[in-house]
Design a protein around this ligand. Structure first.
Ligand code: ATP
Ligand code: MG
Length: 238
């Protein structure tokens, strides 16, 4: 599903080159639920942005769902993001001037879906995330947990096989956070959607079946729950 090969991300600063990611390798299979953990500034969001084609690596290769991201044109990258990936962010990123329904329909409209298709998809998604009746409301009229469910519905609109979530429960209280984690878990288990989720919260990471730990731009641990536990350094030396 995802193959990251020797990927680095370098920022040129006045003080010299800064490596946000250093020569990382990751394989993620279809249907996995992976949590990315690590301290602030360790490169988690950078990694997620690269996986979603929001940014390109400085060196190395990324293949997602048989699409090699390096070398795609801006237009192809936009199409990749729109059709293959659903993004969910900590601050929801809903457009405030658009209704819930319009927010969910964004990528469908951008891809010229018919009015009927948009109507039926939006109403199905609203029911999937238990927000029936909220279609004409504006994001500011919803609770944080509800807004995040709109964001998830929007992410699902194009039926992506991959969801990338950056701290999706970061702004939510315990109960709402659990609601979002349960929803992601259900999408993973029932629809085999591959999920990569950045989280600071060890409890949130427990819904994943694999935890990748990043520190200073390096994967320092990669463990499958209930299975083997890899120390990547040890692996490299073996
Ligand atoms: N555009 C940029 N220019 C220079 N440095 C950057 C840029 N974007 C990110 N960085 C640096 O790359 C490093 C990794 O950033 P990243 O946002 O991936 O961290 P993170 O693990 O997501 O942290 P947090 O948990 O705080 O969200 C940080 O040290 C950051 O300052
Ligand atoms: Mg981050």
């Amino acid at each position: 599903m995802i193959k990251v090969s020797n990927v680095s991300k370098v920022y040129s600063l006045e003080s010299g080159d800064f490596y946000a990611l250093k020569d990382n390798n990751i394989h993620i299979k279809k249907g996995e639920f992976v949590a990315i953990m690590g301290p602030s500034g360790s490169g988690k969001s950078t990694l997620l942005q690269l996986l979603g084609g929001l940014d390109l690596p400085s060196t190395g290769n990324i293949v997602v769902d048989d699409v090699q991201l390096n070398g795609l044109s801006e237009k192809e990258l936009t199409q990749f993001r729109r059709t293959k990936v659903g993004f969910v962010f900590q601050n929801y990123q809903l457009l405030p001037m658009m209704t819930v329904g319009e927010n969910i329909a964004l990528s469908l409209s951008a891809n010229n879906a018919s009015k009927e298709k948009i109507k039926s998809t939006v109403s199905q998604l609203l029911s999937d995330v238990k927000l029936e009746g909220k279609e004409s409301q504006f994001p500011s009229q919803l609770s944080g947990g509800q807004q995040q469910r709109v964001a998830i519905a929007r992410a699902l609109a194009m039926k992506p096989k991959l969801i990338l979530a950056d701290e999706p429960t970061g702004n939510l209280d315990q109960i709402n956070g659990e609601g979002i984690l349960n929803l992601l878990s259900k999408l993973n288990q029932e629809d085999q959607i591959t999920i990569v989720m950045v989280t600071h919260d060890l409890q949130a990471a427990q819904v994943a079946n694999r935890i990748i730990t990043v520190r200073d731009g390096l994967i320092i641990e990669d463990g499958v729950k209930g299975g083997h536990h890899n120390e990547t350094m040890a692996n490299r030396m073996a």
